[in-house]
Design a protein around this ligand. Structure first.
Ligand SMILES: N[C@@H](CCC(=O)N[C@@H](CS)C(=O)NCC(=O)O)C(=O)O
Length: 277
């Protein structure tokens, strides 16, 4: 091992805690199969939405680094999440967390199971939420990995600043939506309902509260409103039901924290300055 503090822990292959209970409750065949991995934040996005809408699905754990043929059939780059449609004459599937989220949002709208977006009657509010989503993908998510993978102390300090600034950018967009619209701004507002932005950012904000704290000595912004937001997010029933125990994340992310070679396509993209897969 190149770094003496790297204890060589492997990523987990089975959920724990609340997520295990949810996976067990969805272990029977269904019209949809969610190809997931217990540690994966992109999977968690889709999983939270499935839980939020109360949809029927089969949770199926795969190792995306081993790329079994059944995963490659439903996701060309062998990335999780993927959603497979069973019981159709011709095989169908979707990959890419955001594409799957939008698909679920459409199905939920048609089936009147709720929505993660403000109502269609308020296109401006919907657009503001999509701005939040865009910021999350463009800034918050890559900043999380750059920070976690940074090895030199100066790079870690810079990574921490960049991650904080991505959080502040998101907060500004939440505040803007609250000021400019009368409809939903998600959990940012006390009493608000879960939003697309909450689902998209939640998995990384949640991991920041333990993975970044543990490996980078990160402290979440002190701002009381932000702290209250994080509490609402991680205790939301749909979110909480997809969370494993802290230990699972700490162990699964050790390879990122020591920037082990070939950790993942995401880690390689960060190391080479390319966009995320
Ligand atoms: N853009 C994809 C990214 C998904 C992704 O990177 N998933 C990781 C697990 S967290 C994966 O499958 N990695 C396999 C690999 O790196 O080969 C999405 O949003 O769904």
């Amino acid at each position: 091992m190149s770094n003496k503090n790297d204890t060589g822990k492997a990523y987990h292959l089975k959920c724990t805690g609340d997520a295990l209970r949810t996976a067990d409750a969805h272990s029977a065949p269904s019209d949809w199969t969610l190809f997931g991995s217990c540690f994966c934040p992109f999977v968690q996005r889709v999983w939270v939405a499935l839980e939020y809408f109360g949809m029927d699905y089969h949770y199926y754990e795969v190792d995306p680094y081993k790329k079994p043929p059944e995963l490659l059939e439903v996701s060309p780059k062998g990335l999780v999440p993927a959603l497979k449609f069973n019981n159709l004459e011709t095989p169908r599937s979707l990959n890419e967390s955001i594409v799957i989220l939008e698909y679920l949002e459409d199905v939920a709208t048609v089936q009147k199971k709720g929505s993660l977006l403000p109502p269609i009657s308020d296109p401006y509010a919907r657009a503001l939420m999509r701005l939040q989503a865009d910021h999350i993908n463009r800034n918050l998510v890559p900043a999380f990995y750059r920070y976690l993978q940074a090895q030199e102390p100066e790079k870690q300090i810079e990574g921490g600043r960049e991650f904080i600034s991505a959080i502040e950018g998101l907060v500004k967009l939440f505040e803007r939506a609250a000021a400019e619209t009368n409809t939903d701004v998600g959990l940012w507002k006390e009493g608000g309902k879960l939003s697309l932005a909450d689902v998209m950012a939640g998995p990384w904000l949640f991991r920041a509260t333990h993975v970044l704290v543990h490996y980078r000595g990160f402290t979440l912004p002190e701002d009381a409103k932000f702290r209250a937001y994080i509490d609402r997010l991680v205790s939301h029933p749909a979110f909480k039901s997809t969370c494993s125990t802290e230990e699972l994340y700490l162990e699964s992310y050790e390879r990122y924290a020591y920037n082990r070679p070939n950790t993942s396509q995401v880690a390689n993209a960060i190391n080479s300055g390319r966009g995320l897969p």
